[in-house]
Design a protein around this ligand. Structure first.
Ligand code: ZN
Length: 55
């Protein structure tokens, strides 16, 4: 199962057992990606953790 990196267009092999919401890193551009769908396999750029979650 492969999904396309939305940042650089690389095809990334998803491991068996990958679930929606899982985070992975693109081996090509190093961007952190989130699995948003498995059918079809779709990735989006993971939200940056720069927000203030504590408030
Ligand atoms: Zn990439």
């Amino acid at each position: 199962m492969k999904a396309e990196c939305p940042v650089c267009g690389a095809m990334i092999e998803l491991k068996e057992g990958t679930i929606v919401g899982e985070l992975l890193e693109c081996p090509d551009c190093g961007t952190e990606l989130e699995v948003v769908s498995l059918n079809p396999p779709t990735l989006k750029e993971a939200p940056q953790e720069e927000e203030d979650w504590g408030e």
